[in-house]
Design a protein around this ligand. Structure first.
Ligand code: C2E
Ligand code: CA
Ligand code: CA
Ligand code: CA
Length: 277
């Protein structure tokens, strides 16, 4: 209900204003953070059922000068609404290539996964830009996995699929992130050049205790097997979850049970200790 406040501005309108102001402040702060080098990429290990490192996901971190972190779930939407996601996405791509080359020189190369915003993916120049970064850095396309969400499917499906094929031809692999949380029918799975599904952590959280949650995870695993897709289970936090997954088609796993996202140097230390086990 609208309640009249000062100057005839309703509380409802005042609330919207406050919200818009908060958003603008965040967008401005984020732009400054980019300028000031407050952003960095962390890496989180993925391991197989034998507990060998098989990959890593790059996750962005924004650390303010006071040491506090702003969560990506807060600043990525601000980057998207302000358009900064475009230069940011380019930067992430370049970071991924440079990190891969550094890992390779250290004998620790694994394929690296990056999160690609639907906005970035839909940019007309996207394929060209990916090409350019690969050529400039010399990183192999085959070592990059682009994580996209079902949000990519809402518009221009044919265009999206054509673009994916173009990138796949170059060697880029694709993963559907947060699989099962979008509202889509599954027909797209047949049309896209996919490599992998990532089971969302909200489903993994329910295993093995919850009967229905467990059934969902088992169904996704079975379907992926039939479609010939690799699976990564994300958000693995307990030994029970890991043994459940090891007993059910053995997907790759990513989660706090194995490693926290870490800066490159620390990630390399984590890799070495996992390999030495
Ligand atoms: P996401 O792609 O689903 O990333 C996985 C999230 O789960 C990460 O959160 C990671 O830190 C967290 N996580 C990993 N293991 C566990 C676990 O065992 N338990 C729990 N509870 N969480 C775990 P983070 O880093 O806060 O990122 C949140 C989201 O922000 C990401 O979700 C992704 O959608 C977005 N994001 C992060 N980095 C980037 C980026 O470089 N570009 C874009 N476009 N989006 C990004
Ligand atoms: Ca992801
Ligand atoms: Ca995810
Ligand atoms: Ca997510």
């Amino acid at each position: 209900a609208k309640v009249a406040g000062r100057n005839g501005v309703t509380l409802f309108e005042a609330g919207m204003l406050a919200e818009a102001e908060r958003k603008l402040t965040l967008e401005r702060d984020f732009a400054a953070a980019m300028e000031n080098g407050e952003l960095s990429m962390y890496l989180q290990l993925q391991i197989d059922h034998l507990r060998m490192p098989v990959g890593a996901e790059l996750l962005m971190r924004w650390q303010r000068p006071d040491g506090s972190f702003v969560p990506p779930d807060v600043f990525i939407p601000a980057a998207e609404s302000s358009g900064l996601i475009y230069p940011l996405g380019q930067w992430v791509l370049r970071q991924a290539c440079e990190y891969w080359l550094r890992l390779d020189r250290a004998g620790l190369a694994v394929p690296l996964s990056i999160n690609v915003s639907p906005l970035q993916f839909r940019q007309p120049e996207f394929v060209e830009q990916v090409c350019a970064v690969l050529v400039e850095t010399g990183a192999p396309a085959s070592q990059l996995i682009f994580e996209v969400t079902e949000g990519l499917l809402v518009s221009d499906l044919n265009e999206t699929i054509a673009r994916m094929h173009e990138l796949a031809q170059m060697g880029i692999r694709f993963s559907i992130d947060d699989f099962g949380t979008g509202y889509s029918n599954l027909a797209y799975l047949k049309k896209m050049p996919l490599y992998e599904l990532k089971i969302d952590k909200s489903f993994i959280r329910d295993t093995p205790g919850d009967v229905n949650g467990t059934a969902i995870v088992q169904s996704i695993l079975a379907m992926a097997d039939h479609l010939g897709l690799r699976v990564v289970a994300e958000g693995v936090e307990t030994d029970q979850q890991a043994s459940f997954l090891a007993a059910n088609r053995k997907p790759a796993m990513q989660g706090f049970l194995f490693s926290r996202p870490a800066p490159l140097e620390e990630f390399m230390t984590q890799m070495r200790s996992w390999r030495a086990r």
